[in-house]
Design a protein around this ligand. Sequence first.
Ligand SMILES: *[C@@H]1O[C@H](CO)[C@@H](O)[C@H](O)[C@H]1NC(C)=O
Ligand SMILES: *[C@@H]1O[C@H](CO)[C@@H](O)[C@H](O)[C@H]1NC(C)=O
Ligand SMILES: *[C@@H]1O[C@H](CO)[C@@H](O)[C@H](O)[C@H]1NC(C)=O
Ligand SMILES: *[C@@H]1O[C@H](CO)[C@@H](O)[C@H](O)[C@H]1NC(C)=O
Length: 370
Amino acid sequence: MRCGRRRLRLAAMKLPCSFWFLLLFGAGGLVLFIHLQDLSEMVQQQVPGWGRPRQWGLSSAAACRMGRLSLHAGCHAAATLGKNHQDALYSQPRPPDPVQESRKDLMRHVCGRYRGRSARTITPQHVSRIYVEDRHKLLYCEVPKVGCSNWKRVLMVLQGLAPSTQEIQHDAVHYGNHLRRLDSFDHRGIAQRLETYTKVLFVREPLERLVSAFRDKFENPNTYYHPVFGRPIISRYRANASKEALKTGTGVTFKEFVQYLLDVHRPVGMDIHWEPVGRLCSPCLLDYDFIGKFETIEEDANFLLSRLGAPPNLTFPSFKDRNPNAERTSAHITQQYFTKLNASERQRAYDFYYMDYLMFNYSKPFKDLY
Ligand SMILES: *[C@@H]1O[C@H](CO)[C@@H](O)[C@H](O)[C@H]1NC(C)=O
Ligand SMILES: *[C@@H]1O[C@H](CO)[C@@H](O)[C@H](O)[C@H]1NC(C)=O
Ligand SMILES: *[C@@H]1O[C@H](CO)[C@@H](O)[C@H](O)[C@H]1NC(C)=O
Ligand SMILES: *[C@@H]1O[C@H](CO)[C@@H](O)[C@H](O)[C@H]1NC(C)=O
């Protein structure tokens, strides 16, 4: 589908320039070839930092520049054909947003400081958490407990799968299989999207995200997390566990959960709900264009949507899917959970998410940390 779209654009773009080509060819006997492949590479290089570029204007400009001197005049002439056309040709990308620039600068700085020397290549595994929205050229890396259900609703509306976010039930969001992930495309499809789409990441205070995950998965009935994670956690970290607890895996305490998280010999593996963002979304490898924060999610998301050219009546929703009656996990609630741990456990939990703290500029959550 997207290849079809690209060809269409290239064809439309070639028209005015080819016209001038012919003219010049007749006049000067000049032979020039534009290989579509070269052109599309050129076009990609012209795409500015982030935000949806005005494809027509940039592509035309790129195509004209390719022709160097001879085509220069022709493209100028083409630009005067109509007001709208002219606007498109000379329009500038929107100015960068200072908040985004400082967030990205910090992320790149931290990545540069801590990344090993080896330049890794991108594999499908690195992009397996990323959802694709082709219409608005958006790549969204899903981080659980950071508003991802609402983000998926927005992606479904952008994609035309639903008229509004209100109509989308929780199960349709998560089990409907409506949205495509980036790793479902072939190598070329992945590379082209990574190069030209707006790559988006939303983050949250790491220990608050951890508490949110714990409350969601272990303090409420859950037919997956209790047997799969609860049982081995209780059996390993609870002395004298009751037969009932060992059988159901229900009733894991926060301290037991953190013991599991920090155990180098975990009895059961990690999970996306508490995996650090640095590992879920590979920010040092993929160089995201937009970093939103859960703490200001509606503001950040709506700003991004307007820049992407989303319909004006589409704003970021505030549904709370999970346990709608429970209070949202706040900084205050997070502190309460961490008082159940001792100082060394708090320190180690912070260390566990240290890269997320650095990259996304969250300050130390407890005074006694070093
Ligand atoms: C937004 O507008 C579109 C038509 O442009 C309409 O189909 C859709 O229902 C509207 N959504 C909301 C949430 O009002
Ligand atoms: C475990 O049970 C034994 C015997 O019932 C008891 O002596 C011991 O104190 C219990 N230990 C804990 C940590 O509750
Ligand atoms: C903190 O709790 C852990 C159990 O998770 C225990 O192994 C450790 O000895 C405790 N540390 C201190 C300083 O009490
Ligand atoms: C980090 O956040 C603080 C506020 O908590 C802000 O003053 C500072 O400018 C931010 N640093 C960077 C590099 O974004």
